[in-house]
Design a binder for this molecule. Structure first.
Ligand code: AMP
Length: 295
């Protein structure tokens, strides 16, 4: 049950699935001199998403949140059908933050019959997530470009939680001359270190405990880097061993890479990013940590 105040806030929120109307409303705001920000999400909102919304609210005059579980970024064997969906709860979380508009289209709104054009993600999409989720970034960039067309915001907010995604979006914006500024925001974690994710709801208590090995491994690598370790190989192995020490967690990849090229670094000259992906039961989790680099 939502409180009366929340219900009142939700009733003031403009929620739409209409592509043309959304575009017109956003353009009208801009003509009136407002700075428009967009926060693209797949819903099942948690404090990580809300941190992007709050930042957008601080930096923009008009905040649009999109909620769309994009089928094109899930491979056939992945969890599209069981991905958590909770529009009512999401609206109740967004309304008190002063969000101006929620764009929540259906699959048919975004991909009407005959849809057949995609963004061809380049070399940055090949390793890491790209290896374990073939076609994923083609789907991501396609939906992000469509969202940018429908909501032609001045700024768009993404989380560093999906490091490779944020890099690919920045790349696409530069390569395709999109008139939008991309803001990448820090990872929000639970108090025990677990990076917040919509998929965490699938973890039973024992798995949630096991999942902490990802953030623990990254944190150890961060400390070791702070102590002066510059061998990317040693830091990678430290992360690997920390995660492998937890039965029930199956690593997909652990790597210490260049922040811009995503190429593995045997030695870290200046900065790096440690990336991990693992399965805990049937739940796939990703996390990362910056080494020698600010947000
Ligand atoms: P999603 O709904 O998972 O597609 O995520 C929508 C946006 O929220 C993406 O830009 C994510 O990187 C971001 N995000 C997801 N989890 C977190 C988190 N724990 N901290 C910060 N941003 C996040």
């Amino acid at each position: 049950m939502q409180s009366n105040a929340t219900l009142r806030a939700i009733s003031k929120l403009s929620v739409t699935a209409a592509v043309d109307e959304t575009y017109r409303l956003v353009k009208a705001q801009q003509r009136a001199g407002k700075r428009v920000g967009l926060v693209p999400t797949m819903g099942a909102l948690h404090a990580g998403h809300l941190s992007l919304v709050e930042r957008c609210r601080r930096e923009c005059d008009y905040t649009v949140v999109s909620i769309f579980v994009n089928p094109k970024q899930f491979a056939p064997h992945e969890d599209f059908s069981k991905y958590p969906r909770s529009l009512e709860d999401d609206l109740a979380k967004l309304a008190p933050l002063g969000v101006d508009m929620v764009f929540a289209p259906t699959v048919e709104d975004m991909y009407p019959a005959g849809f057949d054009s995609y963004v061809d993600a380049g070399n940055l999409a090949v390793p890491w997530e790209g290896e374990f989720r073939p076609g994923h970034f083609r789907g991501v960039l396609t939906v992000v470009l469509k969202l940018f067309q429908i909501v032609p915001a001045d700024l768009a907010y993404f989380g560093r939680k999906d490091y490779q995604q944020s890099l690919l979006v920045r790349r696409m914006v530069a390569d395709l001359n999109l008139p939008m500024k991309i803001v990448v925001c820090p990872i929000v974690r639970d108090s025990d270190g677990l990076a917040l994710s919509s998929r965490n709801v699938f973890l039973i208590a024992e798995q949630r405990r096991q999942a902490l090995s990802l953030s623990r491994g990254l944190q150890l690598a961060h400390q070791r880097f702070g102590d002066g370790e510059r061998s990317g190989v040693k830091l990678r192995e430290l992360i690997r061993q920390t995660i492998a020490g937890e039965p029930g967690v199956e690593i997909e990849y652990a790597a210490v890479v260049d922040p811009e090229t995503l190429v593995e670094l045997p030695r870290i000259e200046k900065t790096a990013v440690a990336l991990v992906a693992a399965r805990v039961g049937s739940t796939r989790l990703i996390d990362n940590e910056l080494l020698g680099k600010d947000e």
